[in-house]
Design a protein around this ligand. Structure first.
Ligand SMILES: C[S@@+](CC[C@H](N)C(=O)[O-])C[C@H]1O[C@@H](n2cnc3c(N)ncnc32)[C@H](O)[C@@H]1O
Length: 260
């Protein structure tokens, strides 16, 4: 029997993968077919990827905001936020940092950043009005009103309403894993302007060592070198964060900075 492929070599879009997965998980076939039908509907009614993914988030948030950002249970939602926070603390986050969180969702990690940072120093943006309303509920639940965080709806990642050289930390967790390359390219083309000279931008991505692919228009898999060279083309230094791989999280992480 063939050896199972390691996760980074699997192509979730291939027919072989789908047939094998269906045979091993017959109970998931119905929900997968529902997702395929939804994908078709949203693709036909959306003018671009942002509109498409906004519709996905509207549909998922209506069912459960914590599941909409990828957590199966409240316990997982708490743990995933803690993991992001602990890692960033270990890798340089300080209370006086000015943080931009791209794709902040319902503040799974954001509420911990807000709690830790000096008042007014957290700025979260997202394309989904529905998840931003859920983010307000998180703020209320965690009693963080006095920290005066900013939560803003965006249509693109040009960041043109934000000040130049302002943010010492930019963070995008599990956002590029849902983004086609042109969206990532747009982000990298503009984030350098708002990033402070000695600041850094950390983002996660779904890594493949095989063929780059996507599943529906929801999950995108990239090779590390694709994203590193894209960042370099936009004038950044970029490095793969090896120690993130040790954590129980399926994605990988890259840090970009202005060159020394
Ligand atoms: C999987 S959730 C992760 C949310 C948050 N970063 C966390 O870890 O809990 C992805 C979030 O990114 C947002 N998003 C997706 N594409 C985006 C884009 N192009 N610009 C801004 N936000 C985006 C989604 O609406 C969603 O809230």
């Amino acid at each position: 029997m063939a050896e199972p492929l390691p996760p980074t070599r699997r192509n979730r879009a291939s027919l072989t993968y789908k047939v094998r997965y269906a045979a091993q998980n017959p109970d998931r076939i119905k929900s997968y077919l529902a997702r395929v039908a939804r994908d078709l509907r949203f693709r036909l009614s959306s003018r671009d990827h942002v509109a498409y993914y906004r519709a996905v988030m509207k549909s998922d948030t209506a069912k459960n905001p914590e599941a909409a950002v990828g957590s199966r249970s409240h316990g997982r939602w708490l743990a995933l936020g803690q993991m992001q926070f602990d890692y960033l603390r270990k890798h340089g986050l300080k209370p006086d940092d000015r943080m931009l969180e791209i794709g902040c969702g319902n503040l799974r990690a954001g509420w911990r950043f807000i709690d830790y940072l000096d008042p007014g120093n957290y700025y979260g943006i997202d394309i989904s009005p529905d998840i931003l309303l859920a983010a307000q509920n998180t703020l209320v639940r965690q009693e963080l009103r006095e920290k005066l965080p900013h939560l803003t709806l965006v249509n693109d990642l040009k960041l043109r309403f934000l000040p130049s050289g302002h943010f010492s930390v930019v963070h995008a967790h599990s956002v590029f894993s849902h983004s086609p390359l042109d969206v990532i390219d747009e982000c990298l083309a503009h984030v350098g302007r708002v990033l402070a000279p000695d600041g850094f931008f950390d983002f996660t991505f779904d890594r493949t060592e095989g063929t780059e692919h996507h599943v529906l228009r929801e999950d995108f898999y990239y090779r590390t070198e694709t994203l590193i060279s894209l960042a370099e083309r936009h004038g950044f230094a970029a490095r793969f964060m090896d120690d993130w791989e040790e954590l129980p999280h399926g994605q990988s992480k890259i840090r970009v900075t202005h060159p020394a």
